[in-house]
Design a protein around this ligand. Structure first.
Ligand SMILES: Nc1ncnc2c1ncn2[C@@H]1O[C@H](COP(=O)(O)OP(=O)(O)OP(=O)(O)O)[C@@H](O)[C@H]1O
Ligand SMILES: [Mg+2]
Length: 243
């Protein structure tokens, strides 16, 4: 993505992985309208490992979905790596998402009928990696997350921690610059949760990916470069010294 604006000058916002200003999200309309995000200002530096923390219903998944180009904001500005995404057409969002974002979900969301290799391979092929190469890359990634011997197993034949490792391999497949994880340790015990988060941190660092993890799990807070708190659709931390 470009680091310069149309005038050719260096755009300072391009140094940020995520820049959100005044982001609002209203679900529904009329009497049923609900404002889940109420003017969110939010920056994530490139390469940062950031945790987003807040009570249930505070808007964490909504915010992550907007950053991940799954939902559009009702109002406000959102840039990823210096490029505005809020001004893009809704039909462009899947393309942007595929190019920039890898996801780890709470329930891992792996395809039950496919082996670990094929679950990871699917993402690589969607990003345009040729079939033969995608298999080699998927196998390599699964070895990296400690699952070389389980790579041909299906999700149902893996433990919760192993499934989450496959989900991590899938999220970083193709080295997306932004990795978003929504409560990735929720289904894991303390030990497996910590291990999975450490692994996510390591593989993202190796690839230079920026990471935002939504979590309630205070056993993993110490791994974050920074923790941001959200409540009732507002970020409650003091604003950062960024433009
Ligand atoms: N599609 C939707 N339609 C209507 N309301 C929604 C929709 N999605 C979310 N909301 C509402 O927006 C608010 C924020 O939801 P969100 O899922 O972002 O919360 P969260 O912080 O992720 O909570 P949790 O920790 O329970 O996952 C909630 O009050 C929720 O009911
Ligand atoms: Mg949520």
């Amino acid at each position: 993505m470009s680091a310069t604006n149309t005038a050719g000058a260096i755009d300072p916002s391009a140094t940020l992985a995520v820049r959100a200003r005044g982001v609002r999200k209203v679900f529904g309309s009329g009497a049923l309208a609900y404002e889940a995000l109420r003017g969110v200002d939010f920056d994530v530096a490139q390469g940062e490992f950031m945790m987003l923390v807040g009570p249930s219903g505070s808007g964490k998944t909504t915010l992550l979905s907007i950053l991940g180009c799954v939902l559009t904001a009702t109002a406000g500005e959102v840039s990823l790596f210096g490029e505005r995404i809020d001004t893009r057409k809704e039909r462009d969002l899947p393309l942007i998402r595929r190019a920039l974002v890898g996801f780890v979900f709470q329930g891992h969301n792996l395809i039950a009928s496919l082996s670990a290799v094929d679950n990871v391979r699917l993402v690589l092929e969607a990003r345009g990696t040729p079939r033969r190469q995608s298999r080699a890359e998927a196998e390599e990634l699964l070895a990296r997350v400690g699952l070389a011997d389980k790579r041909w197993n299906r999700p149902g034949e893996l433990s919760g921690g192993q499934r989450q490792r496959v989900a991590i391999a899938r999220a970083v497949a193709g080295a997306p610059p932004l990795v978003l994880a929504d409560e990735p340790t929720a289904a894991l015990d303390a030990h497996a949760g910590l291990e999975a988060t450490e692994l996510l941190l390591e593989v993202c660092r190796e690839r230079g990916s920026t990471v935002v993890v939504v979590t309630h799990d205070n056993r993993i807070y110490h791994l974050a470069d920074r923790i941001v708190h959200i409540e009732d659709g507002h970020i409650i931390d003091a604003p950062q010294e960024t433009p």
